[in-house]
Design a protein around this ligand. Structure first.
Ligand code: BDR
Ligand code: CA
Length: 310
């Protein structure tokens, strides 16, 4: 199986991504690191453990990382994810412990110990932990197989400001560091995730599995879609983070192209904007493979299969 570290700020869509990974034998989840994002770190590091316990995977290493962005003040998204970040399912407080290591130490140690090119990083939240790891130990750069991240948007615009997507907006300086690192990057922007909408049929198919995990997953999706459906009259909620894991499992479900991507860190108006040179109008180096299409039916079928395995 392919070894991955998931760096995350759950978040209902993060939770579905984690279930998708844990329910897929093609992936070996070496560890899950929490970062401040959708809700503060105390909650994201709790939520990761709630999800692991639900999945029956108390053996997974879970570490807490950065409690705020590198430079800018924290921004959270309780308006989307609820007070706990994981509203929608009624689950017990976790009893599994956090690993005592800081997430950044865990990421660096894992990459230095394991064979070079064997570990993929999957960031599903602000990129603070990843940027700190790159700064702390630059020797990890050639050892990372790839970074596959949910963040940004280009033709689709932003979701937290007109220009910026949440994960990049919250820590644009960390994002700039990651995109200029030289590590191979696959970027899953809003252009993809806004095509991966929930629907009654898609959530119903998961709930119909009838297990405890399926019930929780369906409850999270019901809660999560409310924001987009009520606020924007959208058909469903965009299932952002699971697209990262699905790309590793079933790349044929997606399409994209190699582009230059730069991150705006200077302008308050467009702070955190991902400037994607989709048409190749500059000679700037192509530093990311940017996805823009997904087969949503295939994605939801794959999620359902993973949930069924847990
Ligand atoms: C991203 O922000 C969070 O709210 C979601 O979990 C996702 O990672 C989408 O902009
Ligand atoms: Ca997230």
């Amino acid at each position: 199986p392919r070894s991955i570290i998931i760096d995350t700020d759950p978040g209902q869509d993060d939770a579905i991504a984690i279930l998708l990974a844990l329910g897929s034998p093609e992936l070996d989840v070496v560890g899950i690191t929490a970062v401040a994002g959708n809700v503060p770190l105390a909650l994201t590091s709790r939520n990761v453990r709630v999800i692991c316990e639900l999945a029956g995977r108390t053996d997974v290493t879970v570490c807490a990382g950065a409690d705020r962005p590198l430079i800018r003040p924290p921004v959270t998204a309780e308006h989307v994810h609820g007070k706990t970040g994981l509203d929608g399912a009624d689950l017990p407080e976790p009893s599994m412990a956090l690993d005592p290591r800081h997430a950044v130490d865990f990421i660096v140690e894992t990459l230095m110990e394991r064979p070079a090119g064997s570990v993929t990083l999957c960031p599903l939240g602000p990129l603070t932990n990843i940027a700190l790891a790159l700064a702390r130990e630059p020797r990890i750069v050639p050892r990372i197989r790839e970074i596959v991240l949910m963040g940004g948007g280009f033709f689709e615009g932003g979701n937290i400001t007109p220009a910026a997507e949440f994960n990049i907006f919250v820590d644009p300086h960390a994002a700039a560091r990651v995109f200029s690192s030289g590590v191979p990057i696959t970027m899953v922007p809003l252009d993809v995730t806004h095509k991966a909408l929930t629907s009654r049929a898609r959530i119903g198919a998961i709930r119909a599995l009838g297990t405890k995990v399926a019930e929780a997953a369906a409850g999270w999706l019901d809660f999560f879609e409310r924001f987009d459906v009520e606020k924007y009259g959208s058909e469903g909620g965009p299932l952002h983070d699971p697209c990262v894991i699905a790309w590793l499992l079933e790349p044929h479900l997606f399409a994209g192209r190699a582009c230059n991507v730069e991150i705006e860190t200077g302008s308050e108006l467009t702070m955190g904007m991902t400037v994607v040179d989709w048409w190749g109008v500059t000679a700037r180096p192509k530093n990311a493979f940017v996805l823009n299409q997904v087969d949503a039916e295939g994605l939801y079928a794959r999620i359902r299969r993973a949930v069924a395995r847990l």
